[in-house]
Design a protein around this ligand. Structure first.
Ligand code: UD1
Length: 343
């Protein structure tokens, strides 16, 4: 029998790509989403890509009553992958209570009610932002987490602390936290991808929207960092590789292979690229010149961050396979297809 996996935030960017990979691995997927920052069209797109329509449940996980009834209807699920969260860094600085309330209530309700019905496996969508300013690179999972520079990032750190406390006293319950570096790119079909609300905060959607003529100019936040070309270095990872890591994590939990009840893995490629590297690669891959200008640094940006990927390889048997060009190509295909400009 197919194992059922509940994917909260499954209409979002990373959640939808993960739903596709899970379906490809013969899991029965239940997408849960409140559609506050996504669209139900995603379910049609997942069906168009995979030939399988996932079950869809519109649920606000902040609401205990709705969450309890969700889990009583899906008691037979083998695991939960929890993506549902607000994620705009700048907005979180302006509206901290919204971020703490949304991201933490939904986590607490999910944990409480899945455990109540006996679903004892949980995967959390965390972020490399919990490392703060790295003391050494590539960064290891054992690097001490610091208070992130935004309330958004802090919800990720607090969530990991909640998971640590909960798994410690709940013998059958196992959790894996996946710390994403910089997910970019889109499904190769160009049917699903990243669709930020309003003006993008992140580099890649800003680049593709500028190239598509939606934004006038990309602002490069600082070229006076102590890096090879003065712009900050990040570990960009293809969202499809990232999605595949979730399948590996699910398998580890289902087969009860975990060595600790709470495990943490970096999900990155281990390679660092500067902002200018990404811009040049975009220009080469798309054949388009990008209008950009160097401006002041953005507050809260770290100089350089890239992952040690050894632990994920050893324990999950996973490593990223797609390179920067494939990330950019797919992001650009998605943007063009979405804007209806593809020939
Ligand atoms: C950001 C968040 C991080 C979050 C992640 C999600 C901060 C400090 N961190 O990471 O918490 O988990 O997104 O994907 O916001 N850049 C420009 N111009 C732009 C946009 C970005 O030059 O218009 C530069 C940034 O200075 C940075 C790099 O591009 O050096 C990547 O930025 P971004 O995509 O926003 O990711 P992070 O800041 O690394």
């Amino acid at each position: 029998m197919k194992k059922k996996i509940i994917v909260t935030g499954g209409c979002g960017y990373i959640g939808s790509h993960t739903a596709i990979e899970l379906i490809g691995h013969n899991y029965d997927v239940v997408v849960v989403d409140d559609l506050s920052n996504s669209s139900q069209d995603t379910i049609d797109r997942i069906e168009a890509i995979t030939g399988v329509r996932p079950t869809f449940e519109q649920v606000d996980l902040k609401d205990a009553v709705q969450t309890e009834s969700l889990f009583s209807a899906h008691k037979d699920a083998a695991a939960v992958i929890h993506f549902a969260a607000l994620k705009a860094v700048g907005e979180s600085v302006q509206k901290p209570l919204d971020y703490y309330q949304n991201n933490l209530y939904s986590l607490l309700n999910t944990l409480k009610f899945q455990h109540q019905v006996g679903i004892e496996s949980f995967i959390f969508s965390s972020s490399a932002t919990v490392y703060g300013i790295p003391k050494a690179l590539p960064i290891l999972e054992t690097h001490k987490a610091q208070r992130p520079s935004s309330p958004y990032g802090n919800t990720k750190k607090i969530a990991e602390e909640i998971l640590e406390d909960f798994t410690k006293v709940t013998p059958n319950f196992s959790a894996i936290s996946l710390r994403y570096f910089n997910p970019i790119g889109a499904h190769e079909s160009g049917e699903i991808g990243e669709l930020p609300n309003g003006i993008p905060n992140n580099l890649m959607p800003y680049i593709t929207q500028t190239a598509a003529g939606i934004r006038d100019q990309l602002m490069v936040f600082g070229d006076d960092y102590p890096t090879k070309d003065g712009t900050p270095v990040r570990d960009y990872i293809h969202v499809v590789d990232l999605a595949k890591a979730h399948v590996q994590a699910v398998q580890r939990l289902i087969k009860q292979e975990q060595e600790q009840s709470f495990e943490i893995y970096n999900l990155g490629t281990g390679n660092g690229f500067s902002v200018l590297d990404v811009i040049k690669a975009f220009e080469r891959v798309s054949g388009q010149k990008l209008n950009y200008q160097i401006v002041d640094r953005r507050e809260g940006d770290v100089t350089e961050l890239y992952a040690s990927t050894d632990l994920a390889f050893q324990k999950l048997g996973w490593k990223a396979e797609l390179g920067l060009d494939e990330m950019i190509e797919s992001a650009w295909r998605w943007e063009q297809k979405y804007r209806g400009k593809e020939n």
